[in-house]
Design a protein. Structure first.
Length: 363
């Protein structure tokens, strides 16, 4: 049976980490020998439900640290994997180098799209150069696949495998009240890394235009380099009573049951996990008009507004609050669009990639 090693920087709160936790669990259930190598653990370590998935701590080492390279090489010599799959840029570079030097079939996972790499040109260049030698590149979106189709000097084994959504777990999540006990009002959710591509400042600008009579509050759930800037902007706009910033928490799905809507102001995405999970929970959505959102939603299933347009976003929020019945109708349409995205379908997609790379059936 196939032995797979997945390499990812950490198992902390993030979409890629969540996807790997689900995939590794399903692969172990199917009988594969599955290992995960990461610099350190994190909240998603608890989501790996099959004890047959072995997790190896490689040491919390940054960039191309020689000891990280040595630890991955030692792991490969012990396990002798049939497939090495890397997740996120650091492991695409470091893990890819070690896989190539040890002649292990290597699959690179593309979790974003072209714009994500513009602010890190040197690592992006190194990743593209190494990616030429990967046995396969698997994107989770058409934009990610197109990035590699354009980046590679010759036709390559580039394919797309959609993200999985744990619909049953999301729908079974225990509801968490968004408003303090006794208060009446509406709550918006913004969930994700606080980074420029998520554009949290657009949400702040939109909310500052909405009068307090709407009794609206917003929960921002996530961490990242913009956290201090977001907190400072909330104070500068006088929104402290109407906005709260919470660290990432594993039970955030409970808020989807009681929120008026979830808002995604992203400028770019791969395939957005938070949006997919909101769709599974039948939580109404307001999203930016970018191709990854358009790939999974339309005007019948969400309110779609131009990116970087706080005025349009403010109008959409007010419109949603004014007609909650229409918002719930759109949410039901969104749920129907997400139901095919099961972990079984995602695991099947990777099995087809593995079979093609190894030139043999994987079972």
């Amino acid at each position: 049976m196939l032995t797979i090693v997945h390499l990812i920087p950490t198992l902390e709160g993030g979409g890629s980490e969540r996807q790997l936790a689900m995939l590794a669990t399903e692969q172990a259930r199917r009988g594969y020998t599955v290992h995960i190598g990461s610099r350190r653990g994190g909240v998603h370590k608890e989501h790996i439900r099959d004890r047959r998935v072995e997790i190896h701590t490689l040491g919390d080492l940054r960039a191309l640290h020689p000891m990280l390279i040595a630890h991955i090489g030692s792991l490969f010599r012990r396990i002798k994997p049939d497939i090495v799959q890397t997740w996120l840029p650091q492991m695409d570079i470091v893990g890819g180098l070690v896989a190539l030097s040890s002649s292990r079939p290597w699959i690179l996972s593309e979790r974003s799209s072209r714009g994500a790499y513009e602010n890190a040109p040197v690592p992006a260049w190194a990743r593209r150069r190494l990616g030429q030698y990967a046995k396969a590149i698997v994107a989770n979106s058409a934009e990610g696949a197109d990035y590699w189709a354009r980046a590679l000097p010759a036709p390559k084994n580039v394919s797309t495998v959609a993200n999985a959504v744990d619909i049953a777990a999301i729908r079974d999540a225990v509801p968490i009240p968004c408003q303090p006990q006794g208060e009446i009002g509406h709550t918006l959710l913004f969930v994700g890394r606080l980074v420029p591509e998520k554009a949290p400042e657009i949400l702040l600008q939109a909310l500052s235009q909405i009068p307090e009579l709407h009794k609206l509050q917003t929960l921002i759930i996530g961490d990242g380099p913009l956290r201090d800037e977001v907190l400072a902007s909330i104070a500068a706009c006088g929104l402290e009573k109407r906005m709260k910033v919470l660290p990432y928490q594993t039970n955030w799905w409970g808020f989807l049951k009681t929120a008026a809507a979830i808002v995604s102001t992203s400028r770019l995405e791969g395939q957005p996990n938070v949006v997919l999970e909101a769709m599974a929970a039948e939580c109404p959505l307001i999203v930016s008009d970018i191709p990854p959102h358009r790939a999974i939603l339309n005007e019948r299933s969400a309110l779609i507004v131009p990116p970087d347009d706080p005025n349009a976003l403010s109008d959409a929020i007010v419109s949603l609050l004014a007609d909650p019945v229409a918002a719930r109708v759109r949410a039901k349409c969104a749920f129907k669009r997400v139901t095919p995205l099961t972990i079984q379908a995602t695991a099947d997609g990777y099995e087809r990639v593995y079979a093609n790379v190894l030139n043999r059936p994987v079972q």
